[in-house]
Design a protein around this ligand. Sequence first.
Ligand code: C2O
Ligand code: CU
Ligand code: CU
Length: 463
Amino acid sequence: MSALALGDPEPPGQPGRGSAKGPFSVRMPVPPTLRPVARTEDTDVYRLDILPADLELQAGVRTPCLTFGGSFVGPTIRAREGRRVLVTYRNRLPETANVHLHGGHVPADSDGHPMQVIDPGAERRYEYPNRQPGATLWYHDHSHHLEAEHVYRGMHGFYLIEGEDESRLRLPSGEYDVPIAIRDAQFDPNGGLVHGDPAARNVILVNGRSKPWFPVAARKYRLRVLNSSTLRYLKLNFGSLPVHQIGSDGGLLPAPVDRTGTDFPLAAGERLDLVVDFSGLAVGSKAMLTNQGQFTGDDRIEPVLCFTVDRRERDRSRLPGTLRPLPDLPPATVHRELTLSFDLNGTPVGLVNGLPFDADRVDQRIRRGTTEIWTVTNGDTATKYGPIQHSFHLHLTEFRVLDRDGRPPLPGDIGRKDTVPVPPGTSVRLQATFDDYLGRYMYHCHMLEHSSAGMMGQMEIVD
Ligand code: C2O
Ligand code: CU
Ligand code: CU
């Protein structure tokens, strides 16, 4: 296509060559946890290299990837609320890169502004204060025009903030707290990743492996699920396994929500924090996580991850009745309207309110401390390619979804959110308070081929 990456990828089909061992023969890796190089009283200091690596994403085949720290998914950074993290990223790629902490309340010069890139061979230190409630964040490249390809080729990892309130909740922790990144990919016959027509991405990777299995004890697990696709919408389902949603993008919900048997639609960049209970399963039994092709004519349901129960274990963790109250939503004093669309005359250009991204232009000036309502509309109802999906992501702070076209939010909209789907021809109303840092931050469609094509705006928080 057209590089346009409009979306609507086909549901996943058969993995290409190299998966000759057949489905569910490879164990799902858990991304390694990054160790600090130093610790002070109030700070953990890390170093992480951005570098190319040839990795075995499909059994028996090496795939050239762009990585953080040589793994796909990159290493997990585990931070604690109120304890600062400093990360120095060294760019060992032959091209520019940078790092955005998605979901982080961070100073503007640590946000990975698309124009603040790290040159090849150079390094840059980012400061993450972690003065925000515990949540499932992720980091990824955000260098302008390259972010889609960089993330597609592997530049993403988890960043988990543990809230001050979490240890007393006694949720499943340690090896029972498992980050899982799910995304699509297309491989060429030699095992190379093809960043071309999104409709041809027919393999679903779970923590960087196609159709892996994962051994579990018959007990509760906390699973942090991220859709790390650049474009694809997922629709996940755990079958009859008891599943409670305990959090969304910005941290814990007020109380667990029983979502057993329900679908979990997930736009690229969204996260789910879940407690899944395997205790009812016999040792030796299996349970499948499935994905359903979405927004395609073909809605095949495909298993993407097989949990294998291999032992019984004593489970001291809990699923508490209440978790964490949501912060107050002060009354909004400013209203803004944003429309996402494409200019499809010639090379597709992504637009917000009719304009492509321009780093020299500030699109929204926001007074610090203000609470605002943003109405975000998908204007691509009837293009020459048909209706086009979009999503909306805000840097710096979370929002609450108030309604969609005047109707109640979707089940996936609950809690503190930073990324939501915006289907064609619909509007979503969001309320946010901008009370952290001053400076310039992004908001954009998180279908990264769209933001790479310009569907991004810049806001400046001022005093
Ligand atoms: Cu995850 Cu501006 O992005
Ligand atoms: Cu972000
Ligand atoms: Cu879009």
